[in-house]
Design a protein. Structure first.
Length: 197
């Protein structure tokens, strides 16, 4: 019979699982992070893990989404701080800084080594679709902050921004010495299309 936890215990265990999963993602990546390692770090029985997450992949995806959401929230705060002074240059710099922030997280590593794709294949389809829909909502929120053309199709801009993000997989092929400039140029193209009427 599974042990029942108080609400505080549940919050604490879930918080600890996410903290340790994030640490393991930084150290080991997705493939080498195991449920055994996670429960050892959190000091809970293996069966307790499954009371919180149906699989290792769901926990890791939850952690990835937390980092993703944290970065997006920061961008929205920075956009709001710019107030009415948002033009293509300011938007380009802001989006470029977003991509550079990703370079300093485990996200880029799991993206470039193909582990994120493996993780996505193991997730339930509705979880992936919900994540993509959430991305579109964030783009819609961003568009609500910046002055933009009226005929903007959110799905295309959301897809274009994801496409730019995916270009980080090919930094070596693009040229490491020219990548940042190329990335900024692609972002600026989107920023101009969004902001200049």
């Amino acid at each position: 019979m599974p042990k029942s936890f108080t609400e505080n215990e549940r919050e604490y265990i879930k918080k600890r699982l996410k903290e340790e999963a994030k640490e393991c993602l930084n150290l080991y990546g997705i493939k080498k992070t195991t449920v055994d390692e996670l429960v050892k770090r959190v000091n809970i029985p293996k069966g307790t893990f499954y009371l919180f997450y149906g699989s290792k992949e769901l926990l890791l995806f939850d952690v990835i989404n937390d980092v993703h959401d944290e970065i997006q929230s920061q961008i929205i705060r920075e956009l709001q701080a710019l107030n009415a002074n948002i033009d293509s240059e300011a938007l380009t710099e802001l989006l470029f800084s977003l991509y550079k922030k990703v370079e300093n997280t485990f996200l880029l590593n799991i993206l470039t080594n193909g582990e994120l794709e493996l993780l996505m294949r193991k997730l339930p389809l509705d979880t992936v679709e919900e994540h993509l829909a959430q991305d579109d909502l964030i783009i819609e929120k961003v568009l609500g902050i910046i002055p933009h053309k009226n005929d903007v199709d959110i799905k295309y801009f959301s897809g274009a921004l994801r496409g730019i993000f995916m270009s980080m997989l090919h930094k070596r092929e693009i040229g490491e010495d020219i990548f940042d400039g190329s990335l900024k140029l692609m972002i600026k193209g989107i920023a101009i299309q969004l902001t200049e009427v």
